[in-house]
Design a protein. Sequence first.
Length: 95
Amino acid sequence: MRKTKDQLKLEHIQSLIPEEKQTAAEFLIDEILFLKKPLRECKKKMETGGNEVRNYDVLCKRYSALIKQLTDLLPKKPPEGEIDELTAFIHGTGK
């Protein structure tokens, strides 16, 4: 099965996380990927006039919390010479 862009981005972030935090990272990534589909479905229903605001809000807050938890696992400073565009964005040092 082909990997999605989201999976590839999350795998890249995971590769930057220290080994001792990998179990937590794997769990968070699984949860993030799991929430993507219902989040998109709620958004589509809202866009077509459906009453999914509460569900969307709950899912969006959970998704955001998971992303924050994942990025909090990253080292405070990336290894010297290993800063790419995504890493720079995550650390707020974008080009």
